[in-house]
Design a protein. Structure first.
Length: 311
């Protein structure tokens, strides 16, 4: 287990390095963007601002300085707001976590039962309908479905708010603003989980111990839930873990479509403004979150299947 934790360190360093390189080689100057609305900006003022922001240093020096600050727990200050990057991320993270949690809850509660029904009733009308709908959702872009939800359910029917995220002191407002983004980001995951559940169950249902359990007179529900689903759980849990990572990344598009605050919108705004510290800090937080999820999923295998052991 300790070895698996150590393996994540080079991965995080690689992600931080890649983010640093990509954002610095992208066209655009943060100093020019910050001073773009001012008239009569001289080259000297622009040069002084670049020095103040630390952009006048060579890239290797900037990189070493950034990594050193990160190791001390300092993510820097935003170029746009001059606020601490860590504090702004902490302020926006709850909105993204709530969206990802709602999306995965929807995906699991819809996807697993649907996959079970499709596997138990293989080659039936329910199986064909489930497979067709799942393929449709997998092929549908999340932003396109989000726009449809906004137009029909929010704009035309007025059932849900169009934009925003509500306020934390009003749970009804939070749920109303969360419903459409959660559906937009969760339907693809539900389709993927349903297909994986169906495939994993079909493989298990053909095993001898399942036929033995049925021959002993166990009820169909007990055979499916206690024996088949438990032994098919590892690939299902794996795809759920991977999908949580997808939901965190998909929040960037979903939050932009719904004008919803969160890490996704924070990253998009920071990229447009060439806010290097904010982009790097947000990407590092996403990377840490995804690696943590993968580690937890990896460690959960031993609890799901006692035959799995870690050296």
């Amino acid at each position: 287990m300790f070895h698996r934790v150590l393996v994540t360190i080079p991965t995080v360093l690689g992600v931080v390095t890649l983010a640093f390189v990509l954002i610095h080689v992208a066209p655009g100057d943060p100093a020019e963007l910050l001073l773009g609305d001012y008239v009569g900006v001289t080259p000297q003022v622009l040069s002084e601002l670049r020095e103040y922001l630390g952009l006048g240093l060579p890239l290797p020096v900037q990189y070493v300085k950034y990594v050193t600050n990160v190791l001390r727990g300092d993510l820097g200050r935003s170029f746009r707001t001059n606020q601490s990057v860590a504090s702004e991320i902490i302020g926006q993270a709850p909105f993204t976590l709530a969206l990802a949690a709602a999306g995965i809850i929807l995906a699991v509660t819809v996807g697993i039962p649907t996959g079970i029904v499709a596997a138990v009733r293989r080659n039936s009308l329910a199986d064909y309908a489930t497979t067709t709908v799942a393929m449709f959702w997998l092929a549908s872009p999340g932003f396109w479905f989000g726009i449809l939800l906004i137009y029909f359910l929010a704009y035309r029917l007025g059932w849900f708010p169009v934009f925003g995220a509500g306020t934390w002191d009003n749970w009804r407002s939070l749920l109303a603003h969360l419903a459409l983004p959660a559906v937009a980001i969760g339907v693809r995951s539900a389709a993927l989980i349903a297909r994986m559940t169906r495939s994993a169950l079909l493989e298990v249902l053909s095993q001898d111990y399942i036929r033995t359990a049925r021959a002993k007179g166990l009820a169909g529900g007990a055979v499916i839930l206690r024996h088949a689903l438990r032994n098919a759980a590892i690939p299902i849990v794996t795809i759920i873990g991977l999908d949580i990572a997808y939901l965190l990344g998909g929040a960037v598009v979903t939050e932009t479509v719904f004008s919803r605050p969160g890490l996704g919108k924070l990253v998009v705004d920071a990229i447009h403004a060439r806010d290097y510290p904010m982009v790097q800090g947000a990407i590092m937080v996403f990377a840490f979150g995804i690696l943590l999820i993968n580690l937890l999923v990896d460690l959960s295998y031993a609890f799901i299947d006692p035959r799995v052991r870690y050296s």
